[in-house]
Design a protein around this ligand. Sequence first.
Ligand code: NDP
Ligand code: 2IT
Length: 454
Amino acid sequence: MAVTDHVDLNGFMEGVKKRNPHQPEFVQAVQEVAEDIFDFIEDKEQYHEQQILRRMAEPDRVVSFRVCWEDDNGNIRVQRGWRVQNNNAIGPYKGGIRFHPSVNESVLKFLAFEQTFKNALTGLPMGGGKGGSNFNPKGKSVREIMRFCQSFMTELYRHIGADVDVPAGDIGVGGREIGFMFGQYKRITNNFTGVLTGKGLEWGGSLIRTEATGYGAVYFLENMMKHQGRSLDGLRAVISGSGNVATHAAEKIVQLGGTVLTLSDSGGFIHDPDGIDQEKIDWVKTHKTHRRGRIEDYVAEFPSATFHADKTPWGVACDVALPCATQNELLGEDAKKLIANGCIAVSEGANMPCDLDAVHTFKDARLLYAPGKASNAGGVAVSGLEMSQNSLRKSWSEEELQQMLKDIMSGIHDRCLTYGDKGAKKGGYVDYVKGANIAGFKKVADAMLAFGVV
Ligand code: NDP
Ligand code: 2IT
């Protein structure tokens, strides 16, 4: 028997905490997975012997670098950049790039770890990675953002490649930033290749990639409701965030007959009891993305709404909730409020928006709760389809891609049912956290077993 064999969950987590001091987000993400995996592997000797979970929770590598750039006033600015390559057992590293002042190694390690399970769940051949910088794009001119992206890519380019590691967008990184980074990659390497996803349609991008994460989160929610014999028609949704994921989730809820009551940003949330319809969503998209405005300005435009400064929307009565802003934005006390107000399902558009207390509260109440690694996988799935189109030198139609996205989301739902508790397949309660963790783990773990100790 191996020396480190058969530690219990607490012993394992003690080790993770010790080896990753001051990295609470990473420890939280590992804990959420380990809680389910320890039960699953109890009678499966090879996963213990080969230390599979221990190896998954140790990134293949963390690349950290300096990013210097010059602001519009001629000042030299210095930022940190990272790429965390967590695991490439089932395909090239794949995952977004985040630009936000809160970015640090802990946040990127948690995101790369989660991405490994998420990408496995899609059924596509993609490993897990994540990158980013503590650069704050707020208040920067477009030229400053361009210079930053170019400097960031001047280091990142040597660590990525179409068959090595394929970054995409995330918070603070959308089509414009991907354009600046792709332009610099191409300039340095003289190589036009599918090294990034989320590209513009004229230069190798895929239709519906922009919409895919938000739409996918709602398709997943629809699958959860269908499994219980219900639909989204007539349901009230509370959504946080007002960026790419939140606005497209809102759009799909409206298309499927639901009513969206809230959106938010880091300044607070707006509550519109008349419902945030397509016209209002379009206004939010333009205001937040192109004008880089604040969500509070919504109330001047649409007086039926109220603005609640420095608050999250979880106290607003609803049937379904979609946290689509950032990690740990929905806490245990918020989960209790949602349950008390009659919420029946939660689908995460963001990565780890619910803290562990909230996750346990939802599970104890047997509320239908989809973790981001399952419900927000639509974005990376269409990124995977963008990679396929780039390799084939082809572009699929919008219709084809919409259908593929729907099929992938229902495939993920099915995979969650396989391990989501006894009776889950027959319309009973589904523990989606357990289902997603085990299905994602098993695929990556079995590939790792095939490769031996590397
Ligand atoms: P955007 O940059 O487009 O939007 C982010 C939104 O979240 C903004 O409304 C922003 O408000 C808000 N937000 C960001 N940080 C905070 C914070 N600390 N507190 C409160 N609000 C905050 O990002 P995306 O929509 O792309 O990403 C949102 C979430 O979805 C993230 O968790 C991301 O990892 C996840 N995700 C994204 C995917 C994608 O394809 N883009 C795929 C899968 C998951 P403000 O404008 O005030 O900063
Ligand atoms: O968290 C995520 O899944 C993303 N930000 C999208 C990653 C991708 O490679 O499209």
